[in-house]
Design a protein around this ligand. Structure first.
Ligand SMILES: *Cc1c(COP(=O)(O)O)cnc(C)c1O
Length: 376
């Protein structure tokens, strides 16, 4: 059996190697390393896949979030609400722009932004909300969008972990993650569901005017060369990454199937384990399983990780410390807010290997190792 990894990018590459190698050489020989045709084609193909009007590529998922907020014209002092249970990038850019991040509680079952906590945190200064579709399943967008509309707030979806997930509204309308709010952002970091061979990111919107501002912000604040209407940034996807992404985008649905199959295998194996809670599936969203994350009950999680490591089964804690407890992001207002679910999740979650190349043998070995620990 091949050694088990959280993410096995080599085996994934080997399956598309001929095509990738040839394409990479083509790009190298073309010398169009920046803003070449590969970038344009990839943006169009991703827009098609998502059924969104505009896809603006950029350098990474963190930049995508920052550029989205710049394009929306958010100003220092404006408050932006997001979940405390997320990767730091979501919150970091809010702070970097001089905006005020306001962290709120998540739902204990979906791990996503709790709409009622969002509503309760809204003040006169609130201008935007950033739902994060954590681990690959969409936040409760129906309610989040309703609240945002009621208070005239902008919605930026952090789709770094959920590209390809489908959300079904109560009227039956199905929309891809990242295409429901004003702007969606994603990351093509190698280990993401659609990953390149370096850094990459993209911004989605259906709004023509916003698309112009986003492009401008990502390109030194210029729409016409050497005419800088705004202070922007320099954030580009390069042609080599776009070439890889074009090939992988064609595989994305099959990658998602592989992840969902692995998740199903884990679910079946763990459904009767009283010490583990398998990830809940929200009826409104498909789950693309960026992570397969269990909630432990009455388990010494450190001991579990150590035991698994001794069996050469990697595991990870996403995330051990909530953002509202991070030194850089502490705020007095959190003292009077409820973060019971967020704190509890940080203490209890554990993520098992989740990727496109897990074999049945590997899954069986992982499951048996977990059970061996639980029955010790
Ligand atoms: C990975 C990730 C990002 C940042 O993406 P980078 O490409 O690493 O900058 C932002 N938000 C979430 C939820 C992520 O998982």
């Amino acid at each position: 059996m091949k050694s088990i990894q959280m993410v096995d990018l080599v085996s994934q590459y080997e399956k598309i190697q001929t095509e990738v190698d040839q394409k990479l050489l083509e790009v190298v020989r073309s010398s169009q390393y920046i803003n070449g045709p590969e970038v344009k084609h990839f943006s169009e193909e991703l827009a098609d896949f998502l059924s969104v009007k505009h896809v603006i590529p950029c350098a990474n998922g963190t930049d995508a979030l920052q550029i989205a907020m710049m394009a929306l014209g958010l100003k220092p002092g404006d408050e932006v609400i997001t979940a405390s249970f997320t990767y730091i990038a979501t919150v970091e850019v809010i702070g970097l722009l001089g905006l005020t991040p306001v962290l709120v509680e998540v739902d204990p079952l979906t791990f996503n932004l709790d709409p009622e906590a969002f509503r309760a945190a809204i003040t006169e200064k609130t201008k935007a909300v950033v739902p994060v579709h954590l681990y690959g399943q969409c936040a409760n967008m129906e309610e989040i969008l309703e609240i945002a509309k009621e208070f005239d707030l902008k919605v930026i979806e952090d789709t770094a972990q959920a590209i390809g997930a489908d959300y079904t509204f109560s009227d039956g309308k199905v929309v891809k993650a990242g295409c429901m709010g004003n702007i969606g952002t994603t990351s093509f970091f190698p280990s993401k569901n659609l990953g390149c061979f370096g850094d990459g990111g993209a911004i989605f919107t259906d709004d023509d005017e916003l698309a112009v501002s986003i492009r401008q912000m990502a390109n030194h604040g210029q729409t016409i060369r050497y005419h800088h209407d705004n202070i922007g940034v320099n954030s580009r996807l390069d042609s080599i990454q776009a070439a890889v992404l074009r090939i992988k985008l064609r595989e994305l649905n099959s990658y998602t199937d592989a992840r969902q199959n692995a998740a199903q295998y884990y679910d079946n194996a763990f459904k009767d384990e009283s010490a583990l809670e398998v990830p809940m599936r929200d009826a409104s969203s498909t789950h693309v399983f960026h992570q397969y994350t269990l909630k432990t009950k009455g388990v010494d999680r450190n001991a579990m990780q150590e035991f698994l490591a001794s069996k050469n089964v990697p595991s990870m804690i996403y995330y051990p410390i909530p953002v509202h407890r991070q030194k850089a992001y502490m705020d007095e207002r959190y003292e009077n807010m409820d973060f019971t679910n967020t704190d509890d999740l940080c203490d209890r979650v554990i993520s098992l290997p989740m990727q496109t190349e897990l074999s049945i043998n590997q899954l069986e070995y992982i499951v048996n190792s977990v059970k061996e620990f639980l029955n010790k």
